[in-house]
Design a protein around this ligand. Structure first.
Ligand code: MIG
Length: 730
């Protein structure tokens, strides 16, 4: 019992436990301060009580079951309870009536995973579809939800593991892992928000990113030369389409050698990036883990890594190699701190040129699942390859899932060291539980298909429910060619992604916001502008995510866990608590059904109010993504800027009648000064008092003073009600 709502269960067939591996869990058991806990050892069971839950551990047969204060059971051992064999350990638990399953990290398909099997093994999941199991990320965490009660399970095993949510046996869920010990946590809610708060206390939270990372990112494989990049930047400003970030894909390197610049195509990156900075752009550069195997060629990264023995070797001591972009490649052992430090120092070649963000790709690791090398030679990462420092060695089987996590940690720490005054942005494709501490995550190689657009929202929602709030999918689809209509709809949805990045693959048609003609360009501009107008609201959501673990993009069940209508509602999302979108994700569709849960909702575009719970038919011509604000919402917005560093002239409070509160978080958006007090929060409140509506500032904290701007109140809804502004709203 670590906390009132947190139980750790460990089973060792040998009767003794291996030394703890602190890879995913940031807090040791001793660091928790469990409050009033009573333990009663009766003949049939040991009973542990906290202020929130009671846990029974029956002796014969050994069974664990938890109860909430109403006496409802949850996480109850069922079937065989716990068991072990030569190939691993397992536990079985009961699926309660009306129970549904969410989280599981990066998952295709729709929201609820009831009756499915989910494997945790990081994989370069090229060509994925709604049927794909293994993905780039492996996060062995989920939450089970039913009305009145939800709980989370974190299976603390980095080995291959699998959840079965009643696929094999109706009414029973199972977890199994190839580890020799069972180690899992039960986290009581009763609501998803509380589960996530505790889960992220256990595995860590996202650090506050630089504010520019919330702007629009433009990427392509590749903007292959300085000239192409200059032209791209010029087009954004000329078209007046806001954009903050340009990503450099693998062609900036010399022959795909990591930490080099191509001598002709990017002959003066420093000058280029300085010029881009003048125009308000930041640069993010891709970094792949595979180091070109190139003896005696003066390639320092290979030479140093080899000399210091930093690359993974097979069990027989022979250097392990695969075939990736640089052709024959070797792989740093990021599990070792000194390798992370050395790798981190290499980032200097990028930061010296002015690069402000690092994009880690291929870190599952991908080793030959692309058309590289000898097609007859299928290489696997040998599971018995030793990794880690000599005093705490592991096998690849144990730490395969950590490869991306450790690489992201190396990048994160490198950027802290190399750019100590400024926050940096790290993006990763692979990761494990806790990846939110080091990086934002994108969902890898999606396709320019309507069902990939549709799938993107439940994918990102399940990531958010797995403790990873800063996530996005490639807008427009990575592989394949978007049509104008698909692209317009995708940009509308993309405006909701915590990470808003357009990307496309080599040999596909161009996917920039202006390439589909005037009409789609106007739509892209409108929705990217809306994104920028919402920045004060969004940044406050990022702050909330950083401090509480709450997702930024949320499925409706997050705020309405008592409403079973929301349990399978995968095609509507909440951006924070106040805004709800019901996007279009099919061609030719201009109407759709929208579910509005209990309460009053206002149409964002027409201000029309609706009383939920209700289903309505929303009108959605191509220009319109149905969007709703909740009664009592106070949405802090700003005037449009072309990049985040431009100071907006206005702070706009968009206010909807009702009762509500909104905290606006502000700081300089780029330095670490907020960690020593240079931040401020302003809490606005709206309430109805008789015939009147009162809007006032009820709380101010922190000691940072935002730059001078005009504060405007945009009052929506019934103007018959008199609005009184109490005190100074600034
Ligand atoms: O083998 O760097 O998911 O975003 O553009 C492909 C080229 C390697 C895969 C990434 C994609 C990136 C691409 N990469």
């Amino acid at each position: 019992m670590l906390k009132d709502n947190l139980v750790r269960v460990q089973l060792s067939p040998k009767g003794e436990f291996a030394a703890p591996r602190p890879w995913a869990v940031t807090q040791s058991d001793e660091a928790w301060e469990a409050k009033a806990i009573t333990v009663e050892a009766a003949e049939s069971a040991i009973v542990i009580k906290t202020e929130q839950i009671t846990v029974y551990i029956y002796r014969v047969p050994c069974r664990i079951v938890c109860f909430d204060q109403l006496g409802q059971s949850f996480a109850e051992d069922w079937g065989q309870g716990m068991a072990w064999s030569a190939s691993g350990v397992s536990a079985w638990k009961r699926i309660e009536a009306n129970e549904h399953f969410y989280g599981f990290g990066e998952r295709t398909g729709w929201l609820d995973k009831l009756a499915e099997q989910k494997t945790n093994w990081t994989t370069d999941s090229l060509d994925y579809s709604s049927q794909t199991d293994e993905m780039y990320q492996a996060i062995p965490f989920f939450m089970a939800l039913r009305p009145q009660l939800s709980y989370g399970i974190f299976l603390n095993s980095t080995f291959w593991s699998q959840f079965d949510l009643g696929a094999q046996q109706l009414g029973i869920w199972q977890m199994q892992t190839q580890a020799t010990e069972l180690d899992y946590y039960i986290i009581y809610g009763p609501e998803p928000a509380e589960i996530l708060a505790t889960y992220t206390e256990l595995t860590g939270r996202m650090p506050l990113p630089p504010k520019w990372a919330l702007g629009y990112h433009q990427c392509r494989w590749s903007y292959e030369s300085e000239a192409v990049v200059r032209e791209l930047a010029r087009e954004f400003r000329q078209h007046r389409i806001p954009c903050d970030v340009i990503h450099f894909d693998i062609d900036y390197m010399r022959g795909y050698r990591v930490f080099t610049w191509h001598p002709q195509r990017f002959s003066n990156p420093q000058a280029l990036i300085a010029e881009l900075a003048e125009a308000g752009f930041k640069v993010v550069a891709i970094v792949d883990p595979g180091v070109k195997y190139e003896p005696e060629a003066n390639y320092a990264v290979f030479d140093q890594g080899l000399a210091q023995d930093y690359f993974v070797r097979k069990a027989d001591g022979v250097l392990f190699h695969g075939y990736v972009w640089p052709d024959k490649s070797v792989f740093p052992d990021f599990l070792r701190p000194e390798v992370r430090q050395w790798w981190g120092e290499q980032h200097k070649s990028l930061t010296e040129a002015g690069v402000a963000g690092i994009w880690n790709d291929m870190n599952e690791p991908a080793i030959n699942d692309r058309p590289f090398g000898d097609p007859g030679e299928k290489i696997w990462f040998p599971l018995d390859a030793p990794q880690g420092p000599p005093e705490a060695q592991a096998t690849h089987a144990e730490v395969h899932n950590l490869y991306g996590l450790n690489m992201a940690q190396a990048s994160y720490e490198a950027m802290q060291q190399l750019r100590p005054q400024q926050r940096s942005f790290i993006l990763t494709r692979s990761g494990f539980a806790g990846i939110q501490r080091w990086a934002a995550v994108w969902m890898g190689d999606n396709q320019s298909l309507w069902d990939h657009l549709e799938m993107s929202l439940p994918m990102l929602c399940n990531m958010g429910l797995s403790g990873v709030p800063f996530v996005g999918c490639d807008i427009g689809g990575f592989a394949g060619n978007a049509t104008a209509e698909l692209f317009a709809r995708w940009m509308q949805v993309g405006m909701l992604y915590p990470l808003m990045r357009g990307h496309s693959a080599m040999t596909t048609a161009r996917h920039e916001p202006w390439v589909f003609g005037d009409r789609v360009e106007r739509i892209c501009r409108e929705y990217i502008e809306l994104r920028y107008r919402l920045l004060p609201y969004l940044y406050s959501l990022f702050w909330q995510a950083a401090t509480t673990g709450a997702p930024i993009l949320r499925p409706l069940l997050y705020h309405y866990p008592q409403d079973a209508q929301t349990y399978n509602l995968y095609d509507q999302v909440l951006l924070g608590p106040s805004l709800m979108a019901a996007p279009i994700y099919r061609p030719g569709v201009e109407h759709r059904a929208v579910y509005l849960p209990a309460g009053t909702w206002y149409d964002w575009w027409t201000d029309q109010p609706y009383e939920g719970p209700i289903h309505i038919l929303a009108s959605a011509p191509l220009e319109r993504m149905p969007l709703y604000a909740k009664a009592g919402a106070i949405i802090p917005m700003q005037s449009v800027v072309q990049s985040v560093e431009q100071a907006p002239e206005q702070l706009i409070l968009r206010v909807y009648p009702g009762t509500g509160e909104q905290t606006l978080y502000e700081d300089d958006g780029q330095s670490f000064d907020y960690q020593t007090g240079a931040w401020c929060t302003t809490t606005y409140q709206i309430r109805e008092q008789g015939e009147q509506l009162i809007l006032e500032v009820v709380d101010k904290q922190g000691n940072w003073t935002p730059p001078l701007r005009e504060v405007c109140v945009e009052f929506k809804g019934n103007l018959g009600q008199l609005l009184t502004l109490h005190t100074d709203l600034r």
